[in-house]
Design a protein around this ligand. Sequence first.
Ligand code: PMV
Length: 336
Amino acid sequence: MPLSIHMSHCKASAPAKVILFGEHFVVYGSPAILAAINKHISVDARTTIHDEDKIVIRSDIGVAGEYWHNGEFFNALEGGKKAKAVLDPLYRAIRQVLSKRNNKNIGIEVDISSKVPPGIGLGSSAASCVATVAAVYSLFQKNPSRQKVCEFAIESERLIHKRTSGADCYVSTFGGLMQYYSKSRRFKNIETKGSLSLVVANTGIKHSTSDLVAGVKRFKDTNKILFESLAKQASDICLQACTAIESGKYDKVGELMNENQILLQQIGISHHKVHDIIEICSKAGAMGAKITGAGGGGAVIALAASKQESTKIASHVKAAGYQSFEVKIDYDGLSF
Ligand code: PMV
């Protein structure tokens, strides 16, 4: 293999996220509340002058591959068949940046390092896309606009699931705690009174967001009136939650999380392991707990009354054999 000569080198890092309220319903226009969390995906991008047009992407989640001839050819370097499915959106993200910059024929190598368990609803694919776009963009332009980075990332995410609300990419780019409106693609930062003590618990069951979103669409199409009513309730819960967070009424926030969980059960995206974890969290003193993200297993988010309580909840969940960790809100978002 010819030695590659690196011309330029840029790094970017983007946070994962949790959805506190409104997943799935956000796809159909209801608001959602999301928080960026202190688990990051870092991307290291380099231009190379060997094999023009070759794009190599490696991720420490065990997939790597190379694309050439405008993506016509792909070779998995690690991860077999799974590699292409995971890497295609990232490849598409890179190509978008290159085409906009008139640098179509340049070699790029990207290394992704992740602290986020994939496929459980913590937004690892969105954070990877955001950080990849930012790192590759920065190779050609100093400080690209976050808005532009976010738009490219959303476009690339559409490859994996075409109905994406864009919420994950927004929170990963801009950070913080926000209320997101998918219709207008706008968000509003939510000011917290005190800090939210949050615990993530992993059922260990990975999901495909697009399959689950497709399942909810089928549910919606066959239960139109019921779905409208559930979506209205989801919107109301979200708006009440925003007020409760802003006024520091966390017991109310917890109650609303439990109510939101019932709606998610009704649209068929919960799982018996989710129920098991929610019960453990609630017995350990959680004020509320629910699925976070697309569900079908995936991750649960629980709200605790204090840092001490969240440590206790996480240890109870771990004692029952599930992965669990406390998370903090990341207010910085994308850094590059
Ligand atoms: O991919 P996940 O598991 O983080 O879930 C995304 C959230 C959904 O509301 C289910 C889909 C969307 O595009 O908002």
